[in-house]
Design a protein around this ligand. Sequence first.
Ligand code: FMN
Length: 326
Amino acid sequence: MKILFAPLQGYTTGIYRKAHAEIFGGVDAYYAPFLRIENGKPREKDLRDLEVSNPQHSNPEKPACAITVPQIIANSASEFKILADAILQKGFTEIDFNMGCPFPMQVSRHRGAGLLNDTRTVQEIMDEIARLSTAGTARFSVKMRLGQDSPDEAFALLPILNDAPLTQITLHPRLGRQQYKGALDIPSFEKFYNECRHPLIYNGDITSVGQIRKIESGYPKLAGIMIGRGLLARPSLAAEYKAATDANAVSENELLSKILKMHGKLYEHARSTYQGDSQFLSHIKSFWDYLEPSLPKKVFKKIQKAGKLSEYDAAIQSLIMEQADE
Ligand SMILES: Cc1cc2nc3c(=O)[nH]c(=O)nc-3n(C[C@H](O)[C@H](O)[C@H](O)COP(=O)(O)O)c2cc1C
């Protein structure tokens, strides 16, 4: 089954995706965090970030990255068109549409999960997708939740989505108002699984190879699984599933060594991108936010507490020593 790396704003940046593909692999496609309109235009910084892992810009003989699929968030067909055009101009041919973001800033502006109760606007966006698909220039998918306030929202939209020329739908079986916590609504997921006519991708709370296998055997029609926080916490997870063993195929020492290698690439990139230690530190420290389960507790705390560059470098040095001691 396909394993897709979920988009995570602030975490799965272009350099993160590129380094992950080179060092860990196992992922069939990386979904980039959403591109949005800022001051009437596509946000420049996000467009530039897409290029870091854009296969069009690397040697086709030796692609730097597995497929990158850009994502857009929009509250109308006109916003959708502006963003889609900007991405297509960059040479991408596949675009994912976000109908699941629960951030209040987006929901209140009728974007992400805030769009799920508006069948009319979704229909207009699907019409735009149909026009762009007929032109043969692009393929579109949707990533969504069950609703903002009720799963009825997804089922009201499903006939519209079933009729649209989508390559797949990714479903995170929570409501927008739950954000990223609380119970997954598996009965509603199963109903959607039975009624959806497009290839369906499951997304939500996957952290182990065992869970991937359980979903795979429970839902044989599923086209894939999208994983976010589970891959940030154990970047080897997709490769371990692909290695087709039951246990964790990567030893703790190998995992740590690869995490350090990946960190080295992000460190170098952040050093040349950000000016001043505090800006640099706030960016590079986020690399470790979800990695607690894969690190010795003491070192994780030391990294989190580091307020100065020298403290941060010392914490990383102690991680290198731990790894060398194994
Ligand atoms: C910090 C953070 C940022 C996210 N950014 C995006 C995003 O840009 N686009 C999107 O579709 N989903 C985004 N998500 C949702 C994830 O892609 C994913 O659907 C969610 O984390 C559930 O999957 P998981 O349990 O495997 O992490 C974000 C989630 C988090 C926690």
